[in-house]
Design a protein around this ligand. Structure first.
Ligand code: ZN
Length: 269
């Protein structure tokens, strides 16, 4: 199975694991291998540091060092992908997920427009009057442009974005576990009616279809985002002391215990 966007091949791999609250500190399950390890092998791993976060998870991330392969890598909580400011799915303790934002927009709950300065110096809002929703959005969420950016990202991750070509959509469908026809129909609808609510409802329909077949929403969306070129390959630690399991299997490797793409050396991030 190839990637739709070759640029993603060079993207750094990400690692997710479960964090537990122990004595008021978030402590991760630590794997026995790094993302460069061969399948089912272990590395000489040690904790390197804890990385403070300005956005994303509200606690520091543990950074590991692999002495076998000479790399460092961060452990992200399940739900997050590398460089994400918000989780893609609403995992335990996480709020404001990408799927949640899409669900909200699909239900018609749109965030306010950013106020723009009028000619007389006063502030006005494009398309909306200034009211209580404005106050709510500035502190807690954001403006309409931010919401639209989230929905665009979700549309790519769910295989309905216009820029995904015809060969890519079947791959996305396989990774997401939904029908290619569904993605084609929803992508067409989104193209015909290009406004935010339609895109959000289309992306939400894909997530709904995935939920109905009981798959792991996070794992499939994380793998699909990689196929679409949004981020690098993601591996998961299934428990303390266990080797990493790639979420993007090679063809014929349904359980995903296979190396992910070409080895990519990564630095501490
Ligand atoms: Zn290693």
């Amino acid at each position: 199975m190839g990637l739709c966007h070759p640029a993603a091949r060079s993207a750094r791999p990400g690692v997710v694991t479960t964090y537990h609250l122990v004595d008021r500190q978030w402590v991760p399950d630590v794997p026995s291998s790094c993302p460069l390890a061969a399948p089912r092998t272990s590395c000489r791993l040690g904790r390197h540091s804890r990385r403070e976060r300005k956005t994303g998870p509200c606690h520091p991330l543990t950074v590991m060092r692999c002495r076998t392969h000479g790399v460092c890598f961060s452990l992200h909580p399940v739900g997050y992908v590398p460089y994400a400011r918000q989780p893609i799915t609403p995992e335990a303790g996480a709020t404001g997920s990408l799927v949640g934002v899409v669900s909200e927009a699909a239900a018609g709950e749109l965030w306010p427009w950013r106020p723009v300065a009028a000619a007389d110096g006063s502030e006005s809002q494009r398309g909306q009057s200034i009211d209580a929703t404005n106050e709510r959005a500035t502190g807690e969420r954001g403006w309409r442009s931010t919401q639209a950016a989230h929905v665009r990202r979700a549309a790519t991750m769910t295989g309905i974005a216009g820029e995904l070509d015809g060969r890519c959509r079947p791959r996305m469908a396989r990774v997401l576990g939904v029908d290619t026809l569904l993605l084609r129909e929803l992508a067409g609808e989104r193209r015909r009616k290009g406004w935010l609510g339609v895109a959000a409802r289309a992306a939400h329909s894909v997530v709904d279809a995935m939920a109905r077949i009981g798959t792991s929403l996070f794992e499939r969306l994380a793998a699909a985002g990689h196929v679409a070129g949004l981020w690098g390959p993601v591996s998961r630690c299934d428990g303390p002391g266990r080797p990493l399991r790639p979420l993007f299997p090679r063809p014929g490797r349904a359980r995903g215990h296979e190396a992910v793409g070409p080895p990519t050396r990564q630095r501490h991030r």
